[in-house]
Design a protein around this ligand. Structure first.
Ligand SMILES: Cc1ncc(COP(=O)(O)O)c(C=O)c1O
Length: 407
């Protein structure tokens, strides 16, 4: 267990407020319980995390074995030239034109998001997010000393965006941008062109930046994906936050990108990048073949996740009294359960319930909300295990709900 999770023995030295309010993973305690159950011989199905189970393409390792660099040197701060060119090629492939000078290679999408927040906000400035949102945005905002201002979405329309006037109610003098995930983690919602146009209209009217987290771009199952980068009228206001992690199944490589046509944003991100020196050299080189030939690697992954999405959606129809919708993308769904407090249910499920020596770990959705008491009966499931296992895990949840009700 990291030291930060224990009480400090040094009474006279204090940590910062920022460190105190920094959230630990909302799942930390439940994950620890899952490990205890495993030691007791109980099989635990993990539907709690966005770490896909599929193998990484062998070309990644082949590239690494072939490198044979005499010195493992720092890479340039903005990224290795060939890696930047590979990102440019990939963007072109998905219909987005960037020049090499408009791309900074980052340590995952995570660093790109932090750089973007730091580039547009001073301390205590605000960024609008749509709630529920990717829980680590909270942590990034704490690091960047930025306030997230949540705009509530509703499970009743599959977490699609409200109309312009509703979003505008949340804009104030300190608002600098709108950060959105498309396709969404945790909801799997894919925004339509019309919804994106609403954001464009608001950004133009209020001079805001649009921070587009499109790390799940290809995980879009039912229609053509429309990127915010396709709206030329806000070219100078958009910042694209991207990552190889999910689409290529290389989460551990930690390769992402920040891209923008706005030179001030790129220059700022470059200064932040210089301060942290560089992104890992070996991984930057290892992912080049993937970015240069995306379809070959991404299509099988997306096909598998589409099947999983369909299987989950079909099975959910058999569970009584839950609220759900068909997620259009990514590999997550938020479900409303017939319970008062989903945190209590998730805890009970992993601590006390088992069926034929098997149980499930799922994420209570409260961790994806900033507004207290929102999402209190909701959970998020990730489809990151095989279909047979997913179905078995859902069956266990169904049995558990029945027993929980009758406790
Ligand atoms: C919506 C979203 N954005 C960004 C990230 C960051 O991923 P990475 O830093 O691995 O690129 C994740 C990871 O789960 C995510 O779900």
């Amino acid at each position: 267990m990291p030291e930060i999770l224990k009480n400090s023995l040094q009474q006279n030295v204090k940590i910062s407020n920022r460190a105190r309010v920094m959230q630990a993973s909302p799942l930390r305690k439940l994950a620890a319980t899952a490990e205890v159950r495993k030691k007791q011989g109980v099989k635990v199905y993990h539907l709690n995390i966005g770490q896909p189970d599929l193998p990484t393409a062998t070309i990644v390792y082949e590239t690494i074995y072939k490198l044979g660099k005499p010195t493992l040197a720092y890479a340039p701060s903005a990224g290795i030239n060939q890696t930047i060119t590979a990102w440019k090629n990939y963007f072109k492939h998905v219909g987005i034109d960037f020049d090499e000078s408009e791309i900074i290679v980052t340590s995952g999408g995570s660093e790109a998001i932090i750089f973007a927040m730091c580039a547009i906000c001073d301390a205590e400035d605000e960024i609008i997010v749509f709630e529920p949102f990717y829980t680590n945005y909270n942590g990034f905002a704490t690091i960047a000393n930025v306030k997230l201002h949540p705009v509530p979405l509703s499970i009743s329309n599959g977490f699609h965006l409200p109309d312009i006037s509703e979003i505008e109610k949340h804009i104030n003098k300190r608002t600098k941008g709108i950060l959105f995930t498309n396709p969404s983690n945790p909801t799997g919602t894919v925004y339509t062109k019309d919804e994106l146009r609403r954001l464009v209209t608001i950004a133009q009217k209020h001079n805001l930046y649009l921070l587009a987290d499109e790390v799940y771009r290809e995980f879009n199952y039912d229609s053509e994906f429309y990127s915010i980068m396709n709206f030329d009228e806000v070219k100078n206001q958009t910042i694209l936050l991207d990552s190889c992690s999910k689409r290529f199944n290389v989460c551990g490589a930690r390769i992402g990108a920040l891209a923008s046509h706005n030179k001030d944003i790129i220059n700022s991100a470059f200064k932040f990048a210089m301060a942290r020196l560089s992104v890992a050299t070996i991984e930057q080189l290892a992912i080049i073949p993937l970015l240069n030939n995306p379809d070959e690697y991404i299509n099988p992954i997306v096909d598998e996740f589409r099947k999983r999405r369909d299987a989950v959606y079909e099975y959910l129809k058999t569970i009584p009294n839950i609220t759900y919708y068909k997620p259009e993308g990514a590999f997550y769904i938020v479900i409303g359960l017939p319970v008062k407090d989903s945190e209590d249910f998730c805890k009970w499920l992993i601590e006390d319930f088992e069926h034929n020596k098997e149980t499930v770990l799922i994420a209570p959705a409260q961790g994806f909300y900033a507004t207290p008491d929102k999402g209190i009966n909701e959970v998020r499931l990730a489809f990151t295990i095989k279909i047979e296992e997913l179905i078995r895990a859902l069956e266990i949840i169904k049995l558990a709900l029945e027993k929980y009700k009758n406790r």
